[in-house]
Design a protein around this ligand. Structure first.
Ligand SMILES: *[C@@H]1O[C@H](CO)[C@@H](O)[C@H](O)[C@H]1NC(C)=O
Ligand SMILES: *[C@@H]1O[C@H](CO)[C@@H](O)[C@H](O)[C@H]1NC(C)=O
Ligand SMILES: *[C@@H]1O[C@H](CO)[C@@H](O)[C@H](O)[C@H]1NC(C)=O
Ligand SMILES: *[C@@H]1O[C@H](CO)[C@@H](O)[C@H](O)[C@H]1NC(C)=O
Ligand SMILES: *[C@@H]1O[C@H](CO)[C@@H](O)[C@H](O)[C@H]1NC(C)=O
Length: 628
């Protein structure tokens, strides 16, 4: 049984001058966002009963449409249309088929709670259950949903709603986000970390880096809220913003100029900025820390210099764009109980993260291993740390991400998930309840990709056409662990395509294949691309990659390393992909022989300043006389 008795509360007539407080049924809805770019269509929503209440406030005296769609387009969508006509409110549950034909739904699952219209605006408020048990409706989960909206200056007539033309659009939202707890008084001081007149190159992807000095405080402060400051008109240009903590041993000369990030000529000082302290991405709103937690500033452990990394997305190669966007940090001396920290968990960004072309579904896993968490927690916080928000991050091929949590091999509830990942909507999601991470736990970031429309390999990397598989965990109290990631073994991946031997010692990047003949003198990237990938090969390759040993990347603030760094671990035996009823798991670790190659992603400036990563490969294999 999925239907609930409903109480209808409407009653205001069109033209009524005074609507109830807040312009709705009078019951507060905690979330509110603008759906169009002209300021005409506002959506408010919040939990009501076991379901959700929605309020649409639209600048029209005609009908108002709203719905949920798999892609953001009109096909196969769950749609509700309402308004006030001749003094009578109406609301109708519709759906569209794959051909975008609008049909009345036999089962009406939207329940009108309030409606009002004056000469310029229509407001309707309605409720629905999360799961209506109607195949023509979409279930609402914690995943991202593409809401669609439309309106018309005429009400729905006998023939149904008239076509809305361009008065329509889509926006990605997460409707079940917990309500934000801290409401700031208006007088909180803030400072801005905002770029000044950055010339955006006319290319698709630019990462712009600029160092800033945190204002010098005489005492400890807590940042309790961070807001994006996006230059007007640049809402789709500024794709994401990361804030890193840098080494403190600089003088202010490092502040003099910004530069493209990860570029051979960027200042060395940038390389010291390794710890993510905040992340914002397109579509996201401001972020408030929970009432007992703040981001610490002003003590010797705290950031003094920070790096603002802004990812500009300029797919149409516009010229002459100048940007002044960044972040606003609200702070207080009213110190909260705990300092916040961020851990980057998942797949270390490198060329060893490989995704074959033409795959409707390919899964990658990044491991925050038991060994790394154990070492870091035992050293600093044996009683554990508490995670309160998570940001899941992938690029354009990303379709779903889950952050799985294991304790002594037993799977706990997912820390976070998004089965409908939208690259254009990434923000820290608050957990419903804080989750504790203890020594003995391990985490897996599981990413699902679609490369059906790609003809060549997709590699781990910084550009949006390259991929990532990361989770950023916001937690307290702060410990000295900033990255908890893994790199899959590359040699076994190459063996899959038939590579026998590579040139050693490795002096070029990407390194070169020696044999067999068909790959001779090709870089390993070219060899992977030369291989004939069909779906069958892609699937067996996927199975292989998920079973390969991983190299543990486990780093502290200032990029210092935990002793576990560089060790090799086998991925735990867990059910793959995640299912609601997980299996028991076991984790094994063993040390392997090391080979040194240059890290792909954070490409260093020149040969003398090479930061090397140690890549392990199985000594077992060497023993058995194999090529690697
Ligand atoms: C109609 O209602 C809207 C929403 O309450 C309000 O903003 C607007 O000023 C009203 N317009 C008139 C003409 O009363
Ligand atoms: C700041 O550092 C730069 C480079 O490290 C150095 O050349 C310069 O003299 C320093 N300036 C001051 C005022 O210490
Ligand atoms: C983290 O550990 C490194 C190396 O042990 C140390 O240099 C650094 O000061 C520590 N940072 C913090 C914030 O504790
Ligand atoms: C491969 O490179 C080596 C060393 O640069 C060179 O001697 C050899 O002729 C090349 N072989 C082929 C097939 O290109
Ligand atoms: C390489 O980098 C080092 C340290 O940053 C610098 O001293 C050296 O001049 C650089 N060499 C070249 C060839 O750019």
């Amino acid at each position: 049984m999925c239907r609930w008795p409903l109480l209808l509360l409407w009653g205001l007539l069109p033209g009524a001058a005074a609507a109830a407080a807040g312009g709705g049924s009078g019951r507060a809805l905690p979330h509110r966002t603008l759906l169009d770019s002209e300021g005409k269509y506002w959506l408010s929503w919040g939990p009501r009963g076991g379901g959700l209440a929605f309020r649409l406030e639209v600048r029209t005296a005609g009908y108002v449409g709203f719905g949920f769609s798999p892609t953001g387009a009109m096909a196969s969508a769950d749609i509700v249309v309402g308004g006030v006509a001749h003094g009578r409110p109406y609301l109708q549950d519709y759906f569209t088929n794959a051909n975008r034909e609008l049909k009345k739904d036999a089962q009406q699952d939207y329940h009108l709670e309030y409606a009002m219209e004056n000469s310029t605006h229509t407001i309707i408020e309605f409720t629905r259950e999360l799961h209506t048990c109607d195949i023509n409706d979409k279930s609402i989960t914690e995943s991202t949903v593409r809401v669609i909206w439309a309106y018309h200056h005429e009400d729905v007539g006998e023939a149904g709603p008239k076509y809305h033309d361009s008065n329509r659009g889509t926006k990605s939202l997460r409707l079940l986000n917990p309500e934000k707890t801290s409401v700031l008084s208006t007088a909180i001081p803030y400072f801005d970390l905002v770029n000044q007149d950055v010339p955006i190159p006319n290319k698709g992807t630019t990462y712009w880096c600029q160092m800033f000095k945190i204002p010098v405080f005489q005492e400890k402060h807590h940042v309790i809220k961070v807001e994006p400051v996006i230059q007007r008109g640049h809402e789709s240009l500024v794709h994401h913003i990361l804030l890193y903590q840098c080494s403190s041993s600089f003088n202010d000369s490092v502040l003099d100029y910004g530069h493209e990030c990860y570029h051979p000529n960027m200042p060395d000082a940038f390389l010291t900025c390794e710890t993510v302290i905040f992340a914002w991405a397109i579509g996201g709103e401001g972020f408030s820390y929970p009432p007992h937690v703040g981001l610490s500033l002003g003590t010797p452990l705290d950031p003094r210099y920070v790096l603002l990394e802004v990812h500009y997305d300029n797919p149409t190669y516009k010229e002459g764009l100048i940007d002044n966007s960044g972040l606003r940090l609200f702070h207080t001396t009213d110190i909260r109980k705990y300092d916040a920290g961020v851990i980057e968990a998942g797949l270390w960004v490198s060329l060893f993260h490989t995704i074959p072309p033409g795959m409707p579904e390919f899964r990658s896993e990044g491991h925050c291993t038991l060994e790394c968490l154990e070492e870091a927690l035992e050293a600093e916080k044996p009683s554990g740390i508490h995670v309160f928000a998570v940001l899941l991050h992938a690029h354009l091929a990303g379709r779903g991400i889950r952050l799985r949590h294991f304790r002594k091999g037993e799977e706990l509830r997912l820390l976070a998930y998004d089965d409908d990942f939208d690259f254009n909507f990434q923000e820290f999601q608050y957990l419903k309840e804080e989750q504790t991470i203890l020594p003995g736990d391990n985490l897996i970031t599981e990413c699902r990709y679609n490369t059906k429309d790609r003809a060549r390999m997709t590699w781990g990397g910084l550009s949006t056409r390259n991929e990532m598989c990361l989770s950023y965990l916001l937690y307290y109290p702060r410990i000295n662990l900033t990255r908890c990631a893994s790199i899959p073994d590359i040699m076994e991946q190459l063996q899959f395509i038939g590579v026998k031997e590579i040139y050693r010692p490795v002096t070029t990047w990407p390194f070169i294949i020696k044999s067999p003949k068909q790959y001779k003198n090709l870089s390993f990237m070219d060899a992977m691309n030369k291989f004939k990938w069909a779906k069958k090969e892609g699937l067996s390759f996927n199975k292989l990659v998920l079973s390969l040993p991983v190299n543990v990347r486990c780093s502290k603030t200032d990029n210092a390393e935990w002793s576990i760094q560089g060790m090799t671990a086998l991925p735990p035996h867990v059910e793959r992909p995640y299912k609601a009823e997980p299996l028991r798991g076991k984790y094994i670790t063993f040390m392997l022989q090391k080979v040194t190659v240059q890290d792909a992603a954070r490409q260093p400036r020149n040969a003398s300043s090479l930061r090397t990563v140690t890549m392990d490969h199985a000594s077992e294999k060497a023993k058995h006389g194999q090529a690697f």
